[in-house]
Design a protein. Structure first.
Lengths: 309, 367
């Protein structure tokens, strides 16, 4: 990749671009464009997206996001901002200090509601030896922490939030964005990988404390490399209990995956066929683990076992 | 060269899809954004595909257009299914609802329905059957979605439809109309004639208005009943309906006769004039002449043309058009003026204004 990175720009240069035509960056298959006149967003961009190659306006941006103050008054007093996506959203104004969160939530919402190319799961995804582990789960169930943990222990990070599955080839496609950690997970990952660059937490958000792990350079460099599905793992964090892995039967696995999919109903029969093929060829487990190391160990074992077959 | 349509990029591209081959990436980003905001991505996708241009497109453009195909196909599938569900809800009654607008185009398989997004189904039933229809729909799971007593009154007494009914499980919406314009407005189309000429679709798919009535309904919906802001899609609908229906020899004469019957010559004239101007619809001069009863004076026409050309398309940030905001505001006032007697209008706007400033914003935060 020969393009300069966002991190190569100065804060002022980022600010100028944000106020002008926008900052363009690529996450997996998609180029996004961010525009904003919010004071602290340039810092957030630098912190979260510094490693991303800078696309210029020679790229077609599919996901467009503007982060703006909610009114003239709110630009100066009890500053409030909001993401504008060119579509209705359920999001409410948030404090200026939470600009990173507004940006990330806005990008998440766009992808989740608009994507009609891939079968999208609420899932963390990581890859090793050409095989992906897909970790579905709702917010707060541990998928972000586990996928971050795997990525910081030798796996290649695809996403902490959205698993993209090609409906025809069943390739799993990277969509790397900053890892979002909440509350206890922040300290867990900090202790787990002190050099990971976990950002200073945003406090008092509606989700509690939120911090980010900016993606590492090689995850971004390799974000065009897809993987085959290896295993699907439903995580259950159970402090104090012994680690355990249970295979899930295909019919139940199918239903669980449907429930984890954001746009299953979008493709009609193609969704059904694709998911069916996925379940037939990919072992599905529920894992119960008392801590992150144990969870990672279980994933490694299950993944090794699956690739032996 | 001014950017006002018909020189507007989106309008020109819809008219001549071959223009996409010359777009820069920046122009693509803006074109796709504008098409999406006008709900025209599906149409653009279809036009580009029909012109055989898909293969040569940049990958991202190809993907966005392909997504539009998938989304509109899903939407059409849902609507066709919902249309059957409505029929089922009315089994045992003698009521045959007439499908209106986008739902009609899609279920009837018209070209205007291809690539079109329609968020809900609109049906027309005789006024005397309203209570029964509402009861049947409620029994089948649809709930009236009126927000306050004022809303309920607004719809039932003054407008031409029940409050929208939303299905409790599927969240799909049905709008039940008993005529095509608000009864308190100035124009009163002949509803009996609408029902008398309604056509049944084969395969038990339901019924739609006759072609001339369908066109007039769309025309009236755009030029009489709406504020025209950002409604480029409706004008494209009109263009596509005309192109499809006008293959019948006496279509234009029938249209003029029908427009006169319903007292809708003005919106009909505007339709022919503006569709031809934007999309080059093949409207013969004799058709315009037959509707001359609806032609506005040159002062009004010049004013409407200045306003509509600015208000209809979405904003183009690469080629901004001056006065678009003002044009939209003026047409907004016009639309309410046309809808209601002035005193009622003043009262309506006042109620809405006070309600808006006293309501706290609500919303859920999500990922």
């Amino acid at each position: 990749m020969s393009a300069a990175r966002i991190g190569d720009l100065t804060l002022d240069e980022i600010r100028t671009r944000l106020k002008g035509d926008g900052v363009y960056f690529r996450t997996g298959p998609y180029v996004s464009r961010v525009r904003s006149d919010v004071r602290n967003l340039p810092e957030s961009m630098l912190e979260l997206y510094g490693c991303y190659p800078l696309e210029d306006a020679g790229a077609i941006a599919e996901y467009l996001i503007e982060v703006r103050y909610t009114g003239l008054w709110r630009r100066f007093f009890r500053r409030q901002i909001m993401a504008e996506l060119g579509q209705p959203t359920p999001m409410v104004p948030m404090a200026e200090a939470h600009a990173s969160l507004v940006l990330e939530m806005g990008l998440n919402w766009s992808l989740a509601t608009r994507n009609a190319t891939y079968l999208v799961f609420h899932a963390g995804v990581a890859e090793k030896d050409g095989r992906a582990v897909i970790i579905p789960g709702l917010s707060g169930q541990g998928k972000s922490t586990l996928s971050a943990g795997l990525a910081l222990r030798g796996w290649r990070y695809f996403s902490d939030e959205f698993g993209l599955l090609d409906l025809d080839s069943l390739d799993v496609v990277p969509y790397p964005r900053p890892v979002s950690l909440k509350n206890e997970s922040i300290d867990v990952i900090r202790a787990f990988a002190p050099d990971a660059g976990v950002t200073e937490p945003l406090v008092n958000t509606h989700k509690g404390s939120v911090a980010y792990v900016p993606p590492q350079a090689n995850w971004i460099e390799r974000m065009h490399e897809v993987a085959r599905p290896g295993i699907i793992v439903f995580p259950h964090y159970r402090p104090g209990e012994p680690p355990l892995a249970e295979a899930i039967d295909p019919p139940e696995a199918f239903m669980l995956c449907t429930a984890s999919s954001v746009n299953y109903d979008r493709f009609g029969k193609r969704s059904f066929d694709a998911l069916g093929k996925l379940i037939e060829t990919t072992p599905v487990y529920a894992i119960y683990y008392p801590d992150l190391d144990a969870g990672i160990e279980l994933v490694n074992q299950l993944s090794d076992r699956a690739s032996e077959k | 060269m001014t950017a006002i349509w018909p020189n507007d990029t989106l309008v020109r591209t819809l008219r001549d899809p071959g223009l996409v081959t010359g777009l820069t990436a920046r122009e693509w980003t803006e074109l796709l954004r504008r098409a999406r905001s006008s709900m025209l991505l599906g149409k653009l996708a279809r036009l580009v595909r029909s012109a055989g241009l898909t293969e040569g497109l940049p990958e991202a453009a190809r993907r966005v257009l392909s997504e539009a195909d998938i989304v509109t196909e899903e939407n059409a599938r849902m609507l066709r299914w919902e249309s059957r569900r409505i029929e089922r809800a009315l089994v045992g009654t003698a009521i045959r609802p007439v499908l209106l607008k986008g739902g009609a185009y899609i279920v009837a398989g018209l070209r205007a329905g291809e690539g079109r997004l329609a968020s809900d189904l609109d049906i027309l039933v005789p006024q005397k059957d309203l209570r029964e229809v509402e009861a049947c729909l409620k029994a089948a799971g649809w709930q009236a979605a009126g927000k306050t007593d004022y809303d309920e009154r607004y719809y039932r007494e003054w407008m031409h439809e029940l409050p929208p009914m939303r299905h409790e499980n599927r969240y799909t919406t049905v709008d039940v109309h008993h005529t095509i314009l608000p009864p308190i407005g100035r124009l009163h189309p002949d509803v009996t004639a609408l029902f008398a000429s309604a056509k049944s679709l084969d395969d038990d798919r339901g019924a739609t208005l006759a072609p001339t009535d369908m066109l007039l309904h769309c025309a009236v919906h755009l030029f009489q009943d709406s504020d025209l802001a950002f409604r480029l899609r409706d004008l494209l609908d009109l263009h596509e309906l005309m192109e499809e229906f006008a293959v019948v020899d006496d279509f234009w004469q029938s249209l003029a006769t029908r427009a006169a019957l319903h007292g809708l010559e003005r919106p009909a004239w505007y339709t022919l004039y503006f569709a031809r101007k934007a999309f080059g619809t093949n409207v013969p001069d004799s058709a315009m002449a037959a509707l001359s009863g609806g032609q506005p004076g040159s002062l009004i026409l010049n004013l409407m043309e200045a306003l509509i050309t600015r208000a209809l398309p979405p904003d183009d940030e690469l080629r901004p058009v001056a006065g678009a905001g003002l044009a939209r505001w003026l047409l907004f006032v016009r639309s309410h003026w046309l809808r209601m007697p002035p005193l009622m209008l003043a009262r309506h706007l006042t109620v809405k204004f006070f309600r808006r400033i006293s309501t706290k914003p609500t919303g859920i935060s999500s990922q």
